[in-house]
Design a protein around this ligand. Structure first.
Ligand code: PEP
Ligand code: MG
Length: 748
């Protein structure tokens, strides 16, 4: 068979367009399409397989195979050559199908007489819809041009599927894209459960005309669009330059390089010459990039493919004139679905969101930090959800398990609702404790504080019954901006925080940047081990300007009120002494300048490295308070990265060795009479919190949502008695105390 010419391809696509425009049922259209493709490609067979559900493909139309097999022949994803194309998203081209790996014989179709096989995926921007196959009697390999041509046709079919061209009439058994229930297993970003409807952060562009009538005009549209795209990218780079973007500009520069890529443009031009419209060509290349993205392990390559994906989206919006505002109305119970989202954008949505589901993100990502502040359940790593979800789809988010149900079955929804109702009941119980102290039956009282970092957190201070803010992570304000905040801006913000706290104490922790908290406008440090690298107070002492500016803002904000300052990540007494001196220097300077002084100043340190537990007594005596940053302390004690899912949960907080370290810290603080608190995530876990209390830690700072459950447990048991249980268990040589503690609790 001779190679197909551009004009053949265009003729075929025009036919497809006419079929789409003409009235008729879905099955009828599919039958006509297979007929025309076989005719145009000069093959005896053309078949269309579409997904019936997420795992099953169904033969939906054929020219050349037995018609009785239509809607009867089904294959699992990955089964046979068709299943292989669907699973990998890549074409299979063979002159001898029965000998090809994975071949499955389907006698009902009568395909045994057609050994040549070419199957290409029908996919749209990474979403797999089905497989398009041509087969012929003559034993031969299809040419590159033929493969390319069939991919172009598949692209148009994908768009037609999206537009609903194959629904209706005899199509009761027709699989419908975006209709079947799907479950996504991701990771926990923020605990909690929510039911609602999908709201896409970046809604997909609808390509209404996949076929281009006039290739010259389409090429012109593409070039105009690309020029506009380049202009916008150039402007972005220039703006970053003006802001002293540093490395940030370098990232944008790579982005610009892609926007100017000749090969990208050339591939799209080829697609248009074969008959696609400009936007369909962009989407075809975007689909190909997404398929490569799923296979790419190299993080650099993945980043580049992401750039290409972003650029394609921008270009599509330019060509179709569709902004991200599609005119769709946000549901009343929106669950935001996005590939990723910046902290500022997430804050803009604010508390109206019921939940968030991301394809990317990480526990320490900025979006996760904001979701936590807003107490919105967040699931991360929900792979491919943006390709599957449509605006308005019903969705269930289980942040505790990291699971998402899209378009769930009724039985799943019912079970989920039962769970939600139980949680709501518990919340009501906790609310009734709000104004009661966390006093155990033995009479010991534990102070419960909350952790915060954004203004959005502050309303929880009243609602949760927290006695104050035990940890205010000041870096979050730096993370959500794209520039270093100015002193006046910071002072205003800290003043606002203190005003909202209405006299309750707020422990301001100075900037803890570095490690997982990378400021977008700061030159990223290429460190092999960032958690143990140049971070927190180490940065503060080396780059004093920012630390001083922050301290000045805090002093000015507190004017006439008590001020609590806490230095993060102190590993050695000399660091504390140096930071302390800077603070004293700034206090004197502010006084000289005539600013109102704080009525009282308390200075403390975060104990986050084991070394500090062994610091000289002088250190403990110098501090007005100490707070254990358990997240970091535990990571360094066990040498287990808190961000690494593989090792994160490997070591239990109730491990005897770790509790021994905590005992040592408690006794050193008692000896120096310095108040001690615990502000890592474990303080918000009821059993851990109770154990810390039994070890002698009298103040715990946690997420506001944890205060109810922790208080509820503390009020029901004797902390003194638990202390005895722990002492005995520890003396008996047990290496982990979770079991004796939970058994004791069960007996209460
Ligand atoms: C900690 O390390 O426990 C802590 C509270 O600080 P962060 O989680 O911000 O590092
Ligand atoms: Mg820390």
């Amino acid at each position: 068979m001779p190679d197909r010419k551009d004009s053949d391809s265009r003729k075929l696509l025009r036919r497809l367009k006419e079929i789409l425009a003409a009235p008729g049922g879905g099955q009828d259209r599919l039958d006509q399409i297979t007929h025309h493709i076989a005719d145009s490609m000069g093959t005896q067979v053309c078949s269309i397989y579409l997904f019936r559900d997420a795992e099953t493909l169904e033969l939906c139309a054929t020219e050349g195979l037995r018609v009785e097999a239509v809607h009867q022949t089904r294959l699992r994803l990955g089964e046979g050559l068709v299943g292989r194309v669907a699973r990998t998203g890549r074409y299979v081209n063979t002159a001898d199908a029965p000998s090809a790996p994975g071949f499955r014989f389907m006698p009902e179709t009568g395909e045994e007489v057609f050994p040549s096989f070419l199957g290409v995926p029908i996919q749209r921007v990474g979403e797999r819809l089905g497989v398009l196959v041509v087969q012929s009697q003559e034993k031969r390999l299809f040419s590159d041009d033929e493969v390319y041509g069939l991919e172009v046709v598949a692209m148009v079919l994908a768009e037609m599927t999206e537009l609903g061209a194959f629904q209706g009439s005899q199509s009761d058994s027709m699989p419908l894209a975006h209709r079947f229930p799907l479950m996504f297993r991701g990771g926990t970003g923020q605990e909690g459960a929510a039911e609602g409807h999908v709201w896409l952060h970046d809604p997909r562009v609808v390509v209404a005309n996949p076929v281009g009538d006039d290739p010259e005009a389409e090429l012109q549209r593409l070039h105009d669009g690309v020029n506009r795209l380049r202009e916008t990218v150039d402007t972005m780079v220039a703006a970053a330059d003006m802001g002293g973007g540093g490395e940030h500009t370098a990232v944008l520069e790579t982005y610009r390089m892609f926007a100017h890529s000749r090969s990208w443009l050339r591939r799209m031009e080829e697609d248009i010459k074969l008959g696609l419209s400009a936007e369909a060509a962009v989407e075809k290349e975007q689909s190909a990039a997404r398929a490569r993205l799923e296979l790419a392990a190299d993080p650099y390559l993945r980043d580049r493919l992401h750039d290409l994906d972003d650029l394609s989206n921008r270009l599509l919006r330019i060509l179709t004139g569709q902004g991200s505002d599609t005119g769709a109305e946000m549901p009343e119970d929106p669950i935001l679905v996005a590939r990723n989202i910046g902290p500022a954008e997430l804050l803009e949505y604010g508390r109206k969101l019921r939940g968030v589901v991301l394809e990317e993100g990480s526990v320490g990502s900025h979006a996760a930090i904001v979701a936590r502040a807003l107490a919105i359940p967040l699931v991360i790593h929900a792979s491919r959800i943006t390709a599957e979800a449509l605006n308005g789809d019903p969705i269930l988010v289980d942040g505790d398990q990291g699971i998402v149900h899209l378009r769930p079955e009724d039985s799943v929804t019912a079970a989920f609702r039962d769970n939600l109702a139980m949680q709501a009941e518990a919340q009501n119980r906790y609310a009734s404790l709000r104004n009661l102290p966390a006093t155990g039956t033995c009479g010991t009282t534990i102070q419960l504080y909350m952790n915060a970092g954004l203004m959005a957190d502050l309303p929880s201070l009243e609602g949760s019954g927290a006695e104050g803010v035990g940890l205010f992570r000041t870096e979050l304000q730096f993370l959500i901006r794209n520039h270093v905040p100015r002193r006046t801006e910071l002072a205003r913000l800290y003043r606002h925080v203190m005003d909202s706290a209405k006299g309750k104490p707020v422990m301001f922790r100075t900037l803890d940047i570095g490690s997982d908290k990378v400021l977008p406008y700061m030159k990223p440090q290429d460190e092999p081990n960032p958690a143990m690298g140049w971070r927190a107070i180490r940065v503060g002492l080396d780059k004093r300007g920012v630390l001083r500016m922050q301290l000045q803002s805090l002093i000015r904000a507190s004017a006439g009120r008590p001020l609590h300052v806490m230095f993060p990540f102190i590993s050695d007494i000399t660091e504390y002494e140096a930071a302390y001196r800077i603070l004293m220097h700034e206090l004197a300077r502010e006084q000289r300048l005539g600013h109102d002084m704080p009525s009282d100043i308390r200075v403390g340190a975060m104990l986050e490295t084991p070394s500090l537990a062994f610091a000289p007594k002088r250190f403990f005596e110098m501090c007005d308070f100490i707070s254990i940053g358990g997240n970091d302390l535990k990571q360094f004690f066990f040498a287990a990265d808190r961000e690494n899912e593989r090792v994160r949960r490997r070591y239990d907080t109730l491990n005897t060795s770790f509790l021994m370290l905590l005992r040592q810290i408690v006794s050193r603080c008692e000896e120096a009479r310095v108040p001690l608190s615990f502000c890592g995530e474990d303080a918000g876990r009821p059993i851990e919190a109770l154990t810390f209390a039994a070890l002698g830690i009298r103040r715990l700072s946690m997420r506001p949502a944890s205060i109810g459950p922790v208080k509820h447990l503390i009020r029901r048991v004797s902390i003194d008695e638990l202390r005895k249980v722990i002492d005995e268990a520890q003396e008996s040589g047990l290496t982990n105390l979770r079991r004796p503690i939970t058994e004791w609790l069960a007996r209460q």
